[in-house]
Structures are given as structure tokens and as C-alpha cells.
Ligand binder design. Sequence first.
Ligand SMILES: [Zn+2]
Length: 131
Amino acid sequence: MSDKPFEYDRKRAMKHEDFENCIVCGRGMMHSGMPIFYRVTIETMGIDSHAVMRAHGLELQFGGGPLAARIANAMGPNEDLGLPIGDAHKTLLCHDCATGQGTARRSADVMYVFGLAAERAAKANPEKADG
Ligand SMILES: [Zn+2]
């Protein structure tokens, strides 16, 4: 049995230069003393409507419904239905803002964080925000 409290993946670890302030409150990740924070990855995805129609057509050929969908997935080409648009953007959220505890004036809701992350990504990559 390991004497470490938990195992972690060093490939996903962060160096000092990877840190940024909390996207909600703008403070550091340890400002409240809680040694937990969250790294959130936000990706914009688009539906490939033609692939969805092909998948749905195959499902109908197998009679429709959840079982037909599973059969169609196994028998069909299993196409990509959701496609990434642009780059993934990672941002950090302190424990207080993520949980609404401690000194946070407000807890983060998903759409609020999404809007802030999109603004930060647009500032970091101004040429990509135009399209
Ligand atoms: Zn915060």
C-alpha cells in the first residue's frame, strides 16, 4: 500500500509558469489557504448535421429507439458527430469560487465561467476571435 495520500499523473502536472489567477475572482489559487483548485478545459464543439442524419437513418433501419441506436453504432461507421471548433482553452478556478465557500463573493456558474474563459481566450488569441 502506498504511503502517498493519492496518486497523480505527472504528465498533467503544472509548473509555476502554468499558473494564472482565478478566472472569477482574479486572485491566486492559494488565497484562501485551501490547497485545492480546478483546471477547467473549455472547448467549442459543433454538430456534423450530415453525419447525425446518416446515423439517425441507420438507427431507423434497425427499428428506432435506444437498442436500434446501439446496434447502428456497432454496425455502422461510427462517424464523428461532434467536431471541435478552434483550440481548447484551459483556465483555472480557485476552490472558493468553484464551491461558493470561504471568501468568495459568489460561486461560479458554468455559463459565467464560460463567458470569462471566452474573453480570456480572445485576448490571448486576438487573430482567432475574428472568425
Ligand atoms: Zn476565485
